[in-house]
Design a protein around this ligand. Structure first.
Ligand SMILES: [Zn+2]
Length: 374
C-alpha cells in the first residue's frame, strides 16, 4: 500500500514521512482512528515506506523488491495479529498466521473494513473474536528471530481492543523491552478499550476521518465509482469509508429487488394496474436513484448476454444477481436483450433531462412487457 492510494490526509502522511527521514521511528505506535478511517491503510503505507529501498520524497517507490512484497502483504518481515476465533476450516487452536490468506484478500479488497466484516469474511459470524494469550506467545517467538530481509521487522496488531487480558500483559512485556529494529504498529478504533499501560508505552498517531471530498476521491479511484454517486455516498457516510461502501451495497440490493419484481410484473398478463402502481414507486425513488436503477438494469442485461454466450464463467455476478441472470437468459434472446437495453438507455437519457419519471417508467414498462411476451 502506497500513501498515494489513500485519499487526502496529507498532513498525517507528511508527519509520518518526516519521522522516517529524521530517523525518529518510534518502536511502538498506536494508529487511532474511528471506524472507516484510514488507520490500517496508513499504518501499512507507513510500514511500506519504512522498508522501501528507493524512498521518494513523498511516497514509497512501489517497485523495489520490498515494496512489491508489501503490496501483496507477503513480506517475510511483516507479521499481522488480529482478532480471530475458531471457524469451520480451523476448528481448534486458531492463530492469526493460519488466517493470512483470508486476511490478505480482506485488506487488499477494502482496507477500511470493520471487525464485523472480518468476522463475516472468515465465516465466524456471531462469534466472539479475540487475540489470545497463545497468540502473544507466538508473537514473542516470531520477534526473537532476526529480520530476514528488511531493515525493520514490523508487527501489526489490528484491533488491540480485543486483546485477551493475559495477551495484553504479555504484549506489555515486549513493549517494555522491545527487540532491536522492531516496530509495533497497533491499529485501533477505541482508545477507551485499550489498557492504559499499553497506551502509555505507545506513541499515538491520530488519523482523522476523511472529509467528504477525500472520501469521494477514494471511491472514484479505488472503486471506479461515478463521481456523482461517490459524492452522494460520501455525504451520507460522513467520513466513514466503510459505511459508504455499505450504503452502496445496500442500494445495489434494493435495485436488485426492484428490478427483479418489475421484470416479473412486465411478464405477467393484464399487468396494467400493477404497472401504474409501480410507476408511482419508481417516482418515489428520486431522480438519482431512478438513474442508478436503470443503470443497474443495463448491467443485468449485459450480464445476461454474457451468460447466454459463455455460461457463468465470465459472469461477474454472485448469488441473487446470478440467479436472476440465469432465469432471464432463458426468456430472452439477443435481439430482445438489445431492444430492452435500448429502452432503458433512452429512459436514463430522459430522466437525466428532467422528463416525468412516472410517464417515462410506464412507457418503458409497456415496451418491455411487449418484448417479453412476444
Ligand atoms: Zn520501494
Amino acid at each position: 500500500m502506497l500513501f498515494s492510494e489513500i485519499p487526502g490526509l496529507d498532513e498525517v502522511k507528511k508527519t509520518l514521512i518526516n519521522s522516517v527521514k529524521s530517523n525518529h521511528v518510534h518502536h511502538a505506535q498506536l494508529f487511532m482512528g474511528t471506524e472507516g478511517s484510514a488507520n490500517l491503510a496508513m499504518a501499512i503505507a507507513y510500514a511500506t515506506y519504512i522498508n522501501c529501498e528507493e524512498k521518494k520524497e513523498d511516497d514509497s517507490c512501489g517497485t523495489c523488491p520490498s515494496c512489491i512484497k508489501f503490496k501483496k502483504l507477503a513480506h517475510p518481515d511483516i507479521n499481522f495479529v488480529f482478532p480471530i476465533s475458531t471457524t469451520k476450516n480451523i476448528p481448534k487452536d486458531p492463530m492469526s498466521s493460519l488466517f493470512m490468506k483470508e486476511w490478505r484478500t480482506f485488506v487488499l479488497e477494502n482496507p477500511y473494513g470493520n471487525l464485523n466484516d472480518w468476522a463475516n469474511h472468515i465465516g465466524a459470524e456471531n462469534k466472539q473474536l479475540n487475540i489470545s494469550v497463545e497468540e502473544s506467545r507466538n508473537i514473542i517467538k516470531t520477534l526473537s528471530l532476526k529480520a530476514f530481509e528488511a531493515e525493520y521487522k514490523i508487527l501489526f496488531i489490528w484491533q488491540p481492543e480485543n486483546l485477551h487480558t493475559s495477551a495484553a500483559n504479555a504484549l506489555l512485556k515486549i513493549l517494555e523491552e522491545p527487540p532491536v529494529k522492531t516496530v509495533f504498529l497497533l491499529v485501533a478504533n477505541n482508545l477507551e478499550k485499550i489498557l492504559g499501560t499499553i497506551q502509555s508505552r505507545t506513541q499515538k498517531v491520530k488519523i482523522r476521518s476523511f472529509t467528504d471530498d477525500e472520501l469521494k476521491k477514494g471511491l472514484v479511484s479505488k472503486f471506479q465509482m461515478e463521481e456523482k454517486k461517490a459524492s452522494q455516498l460520501a455525504y451520507m457516510a460522513d467520513g466513514n469509508f466503510n459505511e459508504a461502501l455499505r450504503l452502496d451495497q445496500e442500494a445495489e440490493e434494493d435495485h436488485h429487488v426492484f428490478f427483479r419484481d418489475w421484470m416479473r410484473i412486465c411478464y405477467k398478463k393484464n399487468n396494467w394496474p400493477e404497472l401504474i402502481e409501480w410507476s408511482e414507486n419508481f417516482q418515489k425513488l428520486g431522480r438519482e436513484m431512478q438513474k442508478s436503477l436503470l443503470q443497474y438494469g443495463l448491467n443485468m442485461l449485459r450480464e445476461t448476454l454474457v451468460y447466454s454466450y459463455a455460461g457463468d464463467k465470465l459472469v461477474r455476478l454472485q448469488n441473487e444477481d446470478l440467479k436472476f441472470v440465469q432465469g432471464f437468459s432463458k426468456v430472452l434472446n439477443e435481439p430482445k436483450v438489445e431492444a430492452i437495453a435500448e429502452q432503458l438507455n433512452q429512459a436514463h437519457y430522459h430522466i437525466e433531462r428532467n422528463a416525468n419519471p412516472k410517464i417515462t417508467f410506464l412507457d418503458v414498462s409497456l415496451y418491455i412487457s411487449g418484448v417479453l411476451k412476444s
